[in-house]
Design a protein around this ligand. Sequence first.
Ligand SMILES: *Cc1c(COP(=O)(O)O)cnc(C)c1O
Length: 416
Amino acid sequence: MLNTLPGLNYLEKADRRIRHIANWAQFIVNPKPQLVCQTLDHDDVEIARQLLKHPDRWVDPLIEEKFAKDFAKWNGSRHAFSFLSGRAALSACIFALGLMPDDEVIVPGFTCVVVPNAFDFAKVKVVYCDIELETYGIDLAALEKKITPRTKAILIQHLFGLVCRDYEKIIEFARDRKLYVIEDCAHSTGAEFKGVKVGNFGDVAFYSSELSKIYNTIQGGVVITNNDSIAKNLSRFHEHALYPDNERIEKQLHNVIVNYYRFKHPLRNYLGPRYESAYRDKLYDSTSEEEVLGVKPKDYGCKMPAAIARIGLNQLNKLDHYSRKRRHNAKRWALWCEKNHYQKPLVVTGSVPVYLRYPVMVESEKKRDLAWAMKDPGVVPGRWFLSNIHPAKRSVPDCPNADKAVRQCINFPTLF
Ligand SMILES: *Cc1c(COP(=O)(O)O)cnc(C)c1O
């Protein structure tokens, strides 16, 4: 059977008892807060285990549509389409807007390599733009200087779950010049501006449920739009997208299980290494080495199969609960900043961030060597991003603030 792995049977049989013990033992073992997979719970593991027994349920357009519809409803959007990753969702956006080779798109110079890759794969020219250091979004003044007659679109990011500082002004700026706005909401699923979820202000937006994001299906992505003609194009792209093969789906379901024990289970310090070695050949990185080098993977651009959509539906039900927790825990980091005289990230007037992480600019020595953080505050901070085009070691011209964020911006976990 697919889901029987040697060496862990005794643990999986004793699962209920282990969780019971863990509920009180966590006060003794006190595992450190983790940066990823914090919305995966035992109910997700149960769904993954059931699905592993029933490969006949892995593809089912009704479930896939239900996930997209439920996401759209939750997000307050007219249309949604689901893909196997945020990056595939971005590729759908590029197609749906009709961006052509040699068109230019403006992208912040502080991003994830899969973002420029999606444009490179479509031969759309990426023009990098500097960011501001209050919310790490595109800086409008820098943006104005990057516009050329070939500019067709602007990609704005809401990083760390914050709403970017120049949001409203950039949308207005783009409208005046008839430029498209793509919103990268990979970090900020559920953040609000003026009572509306981010992503609904631009022409098209994408969200991610990769394991380091707001909600978690190991990999996953959604595109939304409120524009009916863009939706038609998205629908066409989605229709032609392939499903991942069964081997890939099986791996992803196993990753739900193993990553729960590695990162979320209260006894993860003990169970994590055991699951990690038992599932060694199931683990994979969200971004392959070839992708870091800018090579298009052969299974790029798949749509989300029902197996993953079922996990997604379960995660969607818990998303608001976890986001409330994130917002609550962010207050701890605000106090930490005040005590240690660091600048707190800006909460734009009218916005409600979701705080995927709590970003802080510290001295560059402190970003290089994080040992200090084990003492106070006693957690391992994240280091997004370690380069302008993370994790590719590429720099970009003319983005001094982004360079500074690369040297100094760290982030704290918000689920613990
Ligand atoms: C993670 C991420 C993406 C891509 O999402 P995937 O689901 O991993 O493809 C895009 N933009 C940013 C800023 C991200 O952090």
